[in-house]
Design a protein around this ligand. Structure first.
Ligand code: NAI
Length: 335
């Protein structure tokens, strides 16, 4: 069994090779690594492979999926939970096996959410640079005490719950909003409709999936409902937020802080070293000019524990494909 691994970085190779060595398949699985992202133009690299293994910014649209199926590829193994980058209707029509890793250390993303909030609130990123430069002034570093503040969590699934536990433990009032409320949230806070959550929260953090319905859920109207000066955090998917509306809200001071680990057009930027290049994305570049904006490049999941779990679960999914056994992580029309 030959698997083409796209968007492969050194850490993908390390953890996938480790997992492959620890749990060999019969016949043995050969992992072929490609740095490039998968799309209709690069799909041909999977020639001779029976499966492809992809990440968040690989584009499995109709042309890419048709090209893969034409090469005899039978399986798409996602090294992530979200599958908004796969045209599922086409994949299922073509009879492709699509499987994801639904959970890999939700705490990793929740802890990164906390890191973003704490950094932005207490300006530790600026303090670090100042002190290294021999500047010990405190002007401009004023934060607020989070204890007693209200944190609104949009999506109280695995990551939302882990985030709720952290902020509850810090003495914050926690509000949650989810069409399918979890009983596990009950001891941590109160459920509220989105409009109420936006109006009451000092920090709003997004942990729901990107779907047609949730796209741009944080638009100009939602931003105007938020408390003036509140913080918005997005570690979920970029397109949950209308970035142009966010820039307007930052300029008008309605939005006090923005912390994002994901960005609507991140596919053209993230997971690459572009430090020597001119970045053409003017919207992203405008975001970079605000002192109250913090951006990380989709690293919420990036812990040893999560990478180990992603690799192990991906190879278990592959084994289900090889052995035609029921795969609990298979993505189907109802997912
Ligand atoms: P989950 O499936 O456990 O939870 C998602 C929750 O959102 C569910 O309870 C669902 O009912 C709720 N939901 C759906 N639509 C909603 C809406 N319109 N408003 C409010 N709630 C809604 O998923 P999990 O594991 O907690 O992941 C959440 C998201 O985090 C993923 O969809 C993915 O986009 C993102 N993610 C980001 C990572 C990163 O590295 N930054 C890593 C892993 C996931």
């Amino acid at each position: 069994m030959k698997v083409a691994v796209f968007s492969a970085r050194s850490y993908d190779r390390r953890f996938l090779d480790e997992a492959n060595g620890a749990s060999p398949t019969s016949p043995p699985t050969e992992l072929v690594y490609f740095d490039v992202a998968l799309d209709a133009d690069t799909a041909a690299l999977a020639h001779g492979c029976q499966a492809v293994c992809v990440f968040v910014n690989d584009r499995l649209d109709a042309p890419a999926l048709h090209a893969l199926a034409g090469l005899g590829v039978g399986a798409v193994l996602l090294r992530c939970a979200g599958f908004n980058n796969v045209d599922l209707t086409v994949a299922l029509d073509l009879g492709l096996f699509v499987a994801r890793v639904p959970s890999y250390s939700p705490e990793a993303v929740a802890e990164h959410t906390l890191a973003l909030v704490m950094t932005l609130n207490r300006q530790t990123h600026r303090a670090y640079n100042r002190v290294r430069d021999g500047n010990f002034m405190l002007e401009g570093l004023l934060g607020s005490t989070l204890h007693g503040k209200t944190v609104g969590i949009v999506g109280t699934g695995k990551i939302g719950l882990a985030t709720a536990r952290i902020f509850h433990g810090m003495g914050c009032t926690v509000l949650g909003c989810d069409p399918y409320p979890s009983p596990l949230f009950e001891p941590l806070g109160h459920m509220a409709p989105l409009e109420e959550l936006l109006a009451r929260s000092d920090i709003v953090t997004l942990h729901c999936p990107l779907t047609e319905a949730s796209k741009h859920m944080i638009d100009a109207a939602a931003l105007s409902r938020m408390k003036a000066g509140a913080m918005l955090v997005n570690t979920s998917r970029g397109a949950l937020v209308d970035t142009t509306a966010v820039i307007k809200a930052l300029k008008s001071r309605q939005l006090g802080h923005l912390a994002i680990d994901v960005y609507e057009q991140e596919g053209a930027l993230f997971f690459q070293d572009r430090s020597g290049e001119i970045i053409d994305d003017d919207v992203f570049q405008r975001l970079m000019t605000f002192p109250n904006v913090l951006v990380t490049g989709h690293q919420g999941f990036f812990t040893v524990e999560a990478l180990r779990e992603i690799s192990t679960a991906t190879l278990v999914n592959l084994r289900h494909f090889i052995e035609s056994t029921p795969c609990p992580n298979r993505v189907n029309a109802a997912s």
